[in-house]
Write a protein that binds this ligand. Sequence first.
Ligand code: GAF
Length: 368
Amino acid sequence: METGTAPSFEALFGHPPSVVAHAPGRVNLIGEHTDYNGGFVLPMAIPQRTHVELRPRKDRTVRAFSATVGSQGGVQEFVLGQQAPGRGWLDYVQGVTLVLQREGFSFDGFDVRISSEVPVGSGLSSSAALDVCLLRALREAFSLQLEDVRLALLGQKVENDFVGAPVGVMDPMACHLADGGSALFLDTRSMSFERVSLPAGVEPIVINSGVAHNHAAGDYRTRRAECERAAALLGVPQLRDLTEADLPRVAALPDPLGRRARHVVSEDARVLATVTALRTGDLAALGPLLYASHVSQRDDYEVSVPQIDLLVELARGEPDVLGARLTGGGFGGSIVALARTGTGAAVAQRIARAYSARSGHSATVLVP
Ligand code: GAF
């Protein structure tokens, strides 16, 4: 969200932008913590978007302004070739330019103004939306030959190599290639993807708990390392290489590795079952899959927090909700639920009100 009355591009830089780009946040319907294990994910775009206005310069200077981050306001500058991390939101601009340079793309400096409606720390990919949006704007402004999957992979590289968040590829793929009416069924190993429509009888709900996460922090990294260790102990390259038939072997791993791996293996199976249910319009199957995913994240993967569990329980008390779960990396963030079409707005407001009264945090309904 823009803070107060942020100055326009023209007021900041003295000329209008030549390129405007947008990228949405995403909500993951199911398939959590599977992407860095080579598994399956099923995200959708949300209506909240990040916006970038940009104009190339004739020198090597980048001047950047974020209308979103009030406390670090003002125009920030760096010189291409002299990027250095540790400057907050500017790291995304620095990281995108450095990753592009390292890949051999050449371009000049630019002026850029950023704004976003995707809440930071909400588990809805505000970071990837910014990476993708900047990459799209630079691709257009400098006619970079950058096809779609490569663009998403570069977004991931920005996070991994510059920002220091060891995330998978789901979020930039979703922010770049997902839409709001269908889910993007992505195989993160082969990078093949397909759009799967939601049946007419269901609509998504997304509610932000108001408890913010940070994936550059230790917990996400620890989970990732635990998965790598579990795969090594089981003698497979990635947990993706296991199926539910392997669960007895998985359960024999020392705790917590057994539970971590069980989440990933069972979650991959739940993504496939969800895709089948969506394709066949089997609404009755969808809810239990979402709830089972939540329980697995809460108990086996241990990425939920009490506030998120409360939101899921409140959703469970709603007769028109088919299922609900923590969405995104966890340790805070948002829930996604599927409700009977036409009921979502009223249901979501009721859940948010009850949550705010019981938790002391303020929930925000983002969808519908
Ligand atoms: C975060 C990460 F960015 C994704 O790559 C993914 O691992 C997700 O957490 C958990 O599914 O959003």
